[in-house]
Design a binder for this molecule. Structure first.
Ligand SMILES: Nc1nc2c(ncn2[C@@H]2O[C@H](COP(=O)(O)OP(=O)(O)OP(=O)(O)O)[C@@H](O)[C@H]2O)c(=O)[nH]1
Ligand SMILES: C[C@H](OP(=O)(O)O)C(=O)O
Length: 209
C-alpha cells in the first residue's frame, strides 16, 4: 500500500488568500481542500498521513506532528521510510482518482507533477531513501535535478487537475469551475462566485469584512 504524505500547516495557512478570506476562513478553507485530497487518496487505496506543524484531526488520515518547515519535516520523515511514498500537497482539491492512479502506477523510479508557476504538487518515489525534498522557489527544476543526481528515472505527469494548486485569489476560479468537493461548497457558503469582467473570469465575494 502506498503511503501518501500530506504536509499541512493548519494555523494561519494560505496567507496569499488574505485579500479575500480572513484567518479563520483560510483555516477552514485549507481543511476543506485537505478533506478533498484525503477523500481521493483513500479512494485509490493509499494510506493518508498528515505531516502537520500542529495537532489536527481529519477523518481517514493519521497525523504525525513535526514543528518544522516543509522541507525539514519531509526530509526527516522520508529518511526512515523504506516503502514507496507519495508526497502530495494539501491545496490541490481538483485531484481525481484517475489522475492519482496515473502517478502511482508509473513504471519509472518516480513520478513528479509540476505545479503551475514553477512549484511541485506531487512526488511519488519508490525508494524514498534515494530522494530529498527541496520545495519553494522553482522546486520543479530542483526536484528534477535531485532525481538526476541520484540516478532516478522520472516520469513527469501532465495533469491539469493535479497541477492546479490553489494559492491566489484567481486560482479560486478553478475550484468553482472544476471541483465538486468540500472546498467548492465552502467557497459557495461564503458567497464567493465567478465573475466576468472585460472578458476575464475572476471571483467576486458579496460579503467580506
Ligand atoms: N509540514 C509543513 N507543511 C507546510 C508548511 N508550510 C506549508 N506547508 C504545506 O505545504 C503545502 C504547500 O504550501 P503553500 O502553498 O506554500 O501553502 P501555505 O504556506 O499555506 O500558503 P501561503 O501562506 O500563501 O504561502 C501545503 O500542503 C501546506 O499545508 C510547514 O511549515 N510545515
Ligand atoms: C511549496 C511550493 O508551493 P507553491 O508556493 O509553489 O504553491 C512548491 O511547490 O515548491
Amino acid at each position: 500500500m502506498v503511503n501518501a504524505v500530506i504536509p499541512f500547516r493548519p494555523v494561519n495557512p494560505k496567507t496569499r488568500l488574505s485579500c479575500i478570506l480572513n484567518q479563520k476562513e483560510r483555516e477552514e478553507f485549507a481543511k476543506s481542500m485537505l478533506a478533498d485530497v484525503i477523500s481521493v487518496i483513500k479512494s485509490v487505496g493509499c494510506k493518508a498521513t498528515l505531516l502537520s506543524t500542529s495537532p489536527v484531526s481529519m477523518d481517514g488520515a493519521e497525523t504525525v506532528v513535526k514543528e518544522l518547515g516543509l522541507n525539514e519535516a519531509l526530509n526527516e520523515y522520508l529518511s526512515v521510510l523504506t516503502e514507496p511514498v507519495m508526497i502530495i500537497m494539501s491545496d490541490i482539491p481538483l485531484l481525481t482518482k484517475e489522475s492519482v492512479l496515473r502517478v502511482i502506477s508509473t513504471e519509472k523510479d518516480m513520478a513528479i507533477v509540476p505545479g503551475i508557476g514553477g512549484g511541485t504538487n506531487v512526488i511519488f518515489v519508490k525508494e524514498p531513501g534515494r530522494f530529498t525534498a527541496d520545495f519553494y522557489g522553482a522546486s520543479f527544476v530542483d526536484h528534477m535535478n535531485i532525481a538526476k543526481r541520484n540516478g532516478l528515472m522520472v516520469e513527469v505527469v501532465d495533469s491539469f487537475k493535479l497541477s492546479t494548486d490553489i494559492d491566489e485569489k484567481e486560482d479560486l476560479v478553478e475550484v468553482l469551475l472544476h471541483s465538486e468537493g468540500k472546498s467548492k461548497k465552502y467557497l459557495e457558503s461564503l458567497e464567493i462566485s465567478i465573475s466576468v469582467e472585460k472578458g476575464r473570469v475572476g471571483v467576486h465575494r458579496s460579503t467580506h469584512e
